[in-house]
Design a binder for this molecule. Structure first.
Ligand code: NAD
Length: 507
């Protein structure tokens, strides 16, 4: 068993070693949310620690960027194998601090490993374009070169997968990297750093800083950091994007969501209901691609879907990750628990119909845990807070509309644009939906359309700031910059001095 599990303090990982933050003034407490108890602590990295990590990463970049691409890829092959050798430990580290079931932790890690598989093929992804003899003796080719020191700031809900959307592509492309994971779930980042070191990554190429806003602000303003990737809430993401770009950095911020699933009158209601249970309540609804709104189209769809959902929601087994046969864990912390309960109450006050109320749920032996049972609201309207806000908890809202066009308008009018799904048997509607909908990731009879690692992930509207999606080729392009080389190697003489611009065909 990895020693991280027995650690009571999480330290930074700088230049291949675990080091405490310089100042011991500010402590963060890391909880097991099923128990509601502190299991570890950390000291917030401040600007001195950020300076240290950046200096180390800057120095490491010089030699790392010169390592042949085949050797860089080889390290990722080894890293992938090392992680695969002991997935149980990795999953346990994720579940203990996040609260999600072990099965779900395994699933999210698997999606992260798929990004590593993509990275193993970096030799192909970074192959350049070459144009031979565009003029007499003149050839043109493209290089994509790494940027330098890049940084990633990640949310609590995917402590393994979301960091893996960032640092592997950045590093294998030749950059060095500083990861600032969520202070609520930091241990998985340290696990990844240790395994990368074991796989042969030179010290200083990957560094982890544990901290919060103080750490992030020092990162955003640091002149030697070239690019920032952020995944988290919209409010913070907008701030990070604006601050990073104001400091002349390349930036991408993938943010909050309110994902709708449209149930058409011709849908297979049983399949749609099963899909909604997983997509709405898996990971206690703490996924940026969780479905939180069902849009029931036509006279009967609402009743058909609600009648199927109710018994399934009541049947969800809620508990701690280390209990057997559990479907759903707690939410992350007391603040989330209270915020979600307040939002549920606002729905009741606004006269939405709370068909299933999971608020009074208690898990025997885990009375201090932040558990909320599955909740279902029917008769929700667009003016309600429970419709407008991202709840990020196990709460599903049913909105009933008369027509397909009304469903499209409703979704397009929402401020968020991360994911969406439609359940139908009609290919015409499905195709039209994929075209008209103003959302970045679309599922057709697929409830959570997270793209596979060789495509790219990203929302639209206020679910993203910046022009690049994350991972896949968008990731490679984000972490590299284009250089175009025009060269003349000719055995014939040149035309002598030319003061004017020449047409290519005259060169
Ligand atoms: P968060 O925005 O609170 O925190 C994300 C990161 O930002 C953390 O590392 C945190 O330490 C840091 N941070 C928090 N407040 C900050 C501040 N004021 N200034 C600077 N840095 C700050 O998000 P969270 O609660 O950890 O995660 C949940 C959110 O993330 C949800 O909104 C969810 O939709 C979103 N999310 C989005 C995606 C996506 O790909 N679009 C994926 C996962 C999660």
């Amino acid at each position: 068993m990895n020693e991280i599990i027995n650690n009571t303090e999480v330290k930074n990982f700088i230049k291949g070693s675990l080091v405490r933050s310089t100042s011991l003034k500010r402590e963060v407490q890391i909880y097991n949310p099923a128990l509601g108890q502190v299991i570890r602590k950390a000291y917030v990295a401040n600007s001195v620690d950020v300076d240290k990590a950046v200096a180390v990463a800057k120095e490491a970049f010089v030699s790392w960027s010169a390592v042949p691409i085949t050797k860089r890829a080889k390290i990722f092959f080894r890293y992938l194998r090392l992680l695969e050798d002991d997935l149980d430990t990795f999953a346990k580290i994720v579940s203990e601090e996040h609260g999600k079931t072990l099965e779900d932790a395994h699933g999210s890690i698997a999606r992260g490993l798929e990004v590593l598989e993509f990275c193993c093929g970096i030799t192909t992804h970074l192959k350049s374009d070459y144009s031979h003899n565009v003029a007499n003796g003149v050839d043109v080719y493209n290089l994509r070169q790494p940027l330098g020191v890049c940084a990633g700031i990640t949310p609590f809900n995917f402590p393994a997968m979301v960091p893996m959307w960032m640092y592997p592509i950045s590093i294998v492309s030749g950059n060095s990297f500083i990861l600032k994971p969520s202070e609520k779930t930091p241990s998985a980042a340290i696990y990844q750093a240790e395994k990368l070191k074991q796989a042969g990554l030179p010290d200083g190429v990957f560094n982890v800083l544990i901290g919060d806003k103080e750490t992030v602000d020092a990162i955003l303003r640091h002149p030697d950091i070239e690019a920032i990737s952020f995944v988290g809430s919209t409010k913070v993401g907008e701030y990070i994007y604006k601050t990073a770009t104001a400091h002349n950095k390349r930036a991408q911020a993938l943010c909050g969501a309110k994902n709708h699933l449209v149930v058409m009158p011709d849908a297979d209601f049983d399949k749609a209901a099963d899909a909604l249970i997983g997509a709405g309540y898996g990971s206690a609804g703490e996924r940026c691609m969780a479905i939180s709104v069902v849009v029931a189209v036509g006279r009967d769809s609402g009743d058909e879907i609600v009648k199927r959902l109710v018994p399934k929601i009541k049947n969800i087994k809620v508990g701690a990750y280390n209990q057997s046969k559990i479907d759903m864990g707690p939410v992350i912390d007391k603040a989330s628990f209270e915020r979600i309960n307040k939002l549920i109450q606002s729905g009741v006050d606004d006269k939405a119909k709370l068909v299933v109320d999971g608020r009074s749920l208690k898990v025997a032996g885990y009375e201090g845990g932040y558990f909320i049972g599955g909740c279902l609201f029917d008769q929700v309207s667009v003016d309600m807070q429970i419709y407008q806000q991202e709840i990020f908890g196990p709460v599903l809202c049913v909105v009933r509309v008369d027509s397909y066009q009304e469903a499209i308008k409703l979704i397009n009018d929402h401020e968020y644009g991360n994911g969406v799904a439609i359940f139908t048997r009609d290919g015409g509607f499905a195709r039209d939906f994929a075209t008209q909908i103003q959302i970045g990731m679309v599922g057709i009879n697929v409830p959570i359309p997270v793209p596979v690692s060789f495509h790219s992930f990203g929302g639209w509207k206020r679910s993203i700031f910046g022009s690049h999606s994350i991972y896949g080729m968008e990731g490679v392009n984000f972490y590299t910059r284009l250089k175009t080389v025009t060269s003349r190697w000719s055995t014939k003489g040149t035309k002598g001095v030319q003061f004017s611009f020449q047409k290519t065909t005259d060169l």
